[in-house]
Design a binder for this molecule. Sequence first.
Ligand code: ADE
Length: 251
Amino acid sequence: MFQHQVRNDKVKLIRENPCNPWLNIVMRIDVLTLFPEMFESPLGHSIIKRACEAGIVNIALTNIRDFAKGPHFKVDDKPYGGGPGMIMAPPPVFECYEHVCSLSPKKPKTIILTPQGSPFDHRKATELAAEDRLLFIAGRYEGFDERIRIGLDAEQISVGDYVLSGGELAAMVIIDAVIRLLPGALGDEDSAKDDSFSDSLLEYPQYTRPEDFRGMKVPDVLLSGNHAEIAKWRKEQAVERTKKQRPDLLD
Ligand code: ADE
């Protein structure tokens, strides 16, 4: 399912698609990272796994360190002007990027994960889901040399106002949110439409069996079989919930 590029440029397939892995797919996603293994479990289950196996998306993981030179394959260095920590240096990132770009003719939409980026939300997920090819650069250390963003024409995205230890988890959050919006990724096409945020409202409350659980009953309207009443109730509940939990969404 995932492709791993290794230092000698040979491609190791973890789980191969039965057909040519890059033909007739809806989207190709490349991730440039120092920790490709981090992605395997979170992206190797359920909806994402099925989308990969159905050929809706292909995810290729490439280790930036495989493009580093010198005895220690260094990818970071001290910041000019001083300051704490180390930052990601341009050469291995550029070489890794150029190698990955050469694997497919379509120019990727390139995204750098950083807390300095613009906030990720449902609208951005929808925008990214319309692309053919996405390339994420997940960094570690104190951030990136500015020339990486400029030279690779990359958009900066943040998944929230807090600092993670690296961009990997942020990349996985975005990849998950984008893949579920790809045509055919969800078994039931309606389930993405009703998701929270798809119409600027949070999702209405849901219930399943049993009808009475420890004295907590399913609202009568949901048992009524009256579809118009159910739709009206759900809309009211969604508005109520949004007012209470996320009034900012209604502005
Ligand atoms: N890397 C570290 N923190 C991050 C965040 N909040 N969003 C995206 N990338 C990050």
